[in-house]
Design a binder for this molecule. Structure first.
Ligand code: C2E
Ligand code: SIN
Ligand code: SIN
Ligand code: FE
Length: 386
């Protein structure tokens, strides 16, 4: 390859890189993807992405050992990576085993022989160090200045994707668990199969959003925010919520307030996810033709996320038994959704629902109650018989 060809090739790989990493929100998958790409772009043997854990003041990375992944931790300030993290300086090392700072830790675990290392700090937009990129053993020669520039560029491109994925990860571990439990509390009074219903709402809404071509990040937001749509039911009395027969007009007026209560509960939250949940809770019973509640919004006035969840919610409510009605066949429920296109529902959402209908019934057939919203939670709930 000539020099010009090589540069062009790298440029092309970098453009691909930006596109690929911005789509991945799962942190482990993202780190793997980044490491793979760096190996290709720099023609090196290994790449490790170390993430700074501020609680323990360590840098951790996953290393592949055959099919398995092992986590490696290096104290801040120790080793090559620790040095780069604490000084913020790039290190380009031509003979690792001659370098006092090199710890051999990874080599001991992997049986790998590190020769050359290029390590650059990873900084977020605020300039804070959030990790270190380490590329090892470039084919044929040591890393050069161009490599340094490229790895620094990659590291700044990767930083925001990594911070985003970390945000989702921390959300899914703590905040999402709380959110999900709240949603269950709100719903378990009137439904025996709450966990399943919430999982359905979550998955169907995400599938429909995907079917509409909505960006992956927003699809994830809908996936996590949609289970909260009926959180406002906590404010509805048992006498109404659990009434076995049809509601009187007056009772239904009261019932309608669950949308307003839900929006009130969620709207002061700072998190963008809860802001989305607020829109969904407040508007999931609005109808496309303006005949819904609580605000009689029409068409595009209704937030898109709410238009999506509305279809998922009604389809699943129809397919599940309720104290006031038996369950419907999926075919009959699908027919109803179609009939209501342009009336209750946004035709574009109904079209997307149709396009993913096959996947929806497949998921419906799975009744093991396992939640993919937050793995493990449903198992826990089942133990408490919720
Ligand atoms: P839900 O039971 O989860 O139902 C959600 C939405 O699914 C309903 O919103 C409605 O759009 C649709 N849906 C559910 N069942 C049927 C049905 O048999 N036929 C048709 N055409 N659509 C159905 P909606 O009507 O605004 O009701 C909101 C919530 O109010 C319901 O949530 C339920 O908790 C309560 N609710 C509504 N009607 C009654 C009732 O007659 N008796 C009791 N006890 N609760 C009711
Ligand atoms: C390092 O010393 O920074 C990395 C640890 C190792 O590769 O052994
Ligand atoms: C549900 O119980 O999830 C649907 C009921 C509603 O949207 O009011
Ligand atoms: Fe509702």
């Amino acid at each position: 390859m000539t020099r010009a060809e090589e540069l062009e090739n790298r440029l092309r790989l970098l453009v691909n890189f930006g596109g690929a990493v911005s789509k991945e929100t799962n942190l482990s998958k993202l780190l793997e993807l980044i490491a793979e790409q760096v190996k290709t772009i720099l023609s090196c043997d290994r790449c490790s992405v170390f993430i700074l854990d501020r609680h323990t003041n360590e840098l951790w990375s996953k290393v592949a050992l055959g099919m398995q992944h092992t986590e490696i931790r290096v104290p801040f300030g120790k080793g090559i990576v620790g040095h780069v993290a604490s000084t913020g300086q790039t290190l380009n090392i031509t003979d690792a085993y001659q370098d006092q700072r090199f710890t051999h830790d990874i080599d001991r675990v992997t049986g790998y022989r590190t020769r050359t290392i290029l390590a650059v700090p990873m900084k977020n937009v605020g300039g804070h160090i959030i990790g270190v990129f380490e590329a090892m053993n470039k084919a044929g020669s040591p890393f050069d200045v161009d490599d340094e520039g490229i790895l620094q560029l990659i590291s700044s491109l990767a930083a925001s994707a990594i911070e985003n994925a970390q945000l989702y990860e921390s959300l899914s571990k703590s905040q999402l668990e709380t959110i999900y439990r709240l949603a269950v509390t709100a719903e378990y009074r009137d439904q025996q199969d709450t966990a399943i219903h919430l999982r359905h709402i979550s998955e169907y809404s995400a599938m429909i959003a995907q079917g509409m071509g909505i960006p992956e990040r927003e699809v994830e937001s809908i996936r996590y925010a949609s289970p909260l749509h009926d959180i406002g039911k906590v404010g509805i009395s048992d006498a109404i919520l659990l009434k076995p027969g049809r509601l009187t007009a007056e009772e239904f007026e009261e019932m309608k307030k669950h949308t307003v209560y839900g929006a009130k509960i969620l709207c002061n939250a700072e998190s963008s996810l809860l802001q989305i949940a607020c829109k969904i809770a407040g508007s999931h019973h609005e109808k496309f033709d303006g005949g819904g509640y609580p605000a009689r919004l029409k068409g595009e006035q209704i937030p898109l996320y709410a238009r999506i969840v509305s279809v998922a919610d009604v389809f699943d409510a129809l397919c599940m038994p309720r104290v006031y009605k038996p369950k419907w066949d999926a075919t009959k429920a699908r027919e109803y959704i179609r009939e209501e296109s342009g009336k209750s529902f946004d035709p574009a959402v109904v079209e997307a629902f149709e396009s993913v209908y096959g996947e929806i019934v497949k998921l419906q057939a799975v009744t093991d109650g396992k939640s993919t919203i937050i793995p493990g939670i449903t198992k826990e709930m089942n133990r408490h018989n919720i």
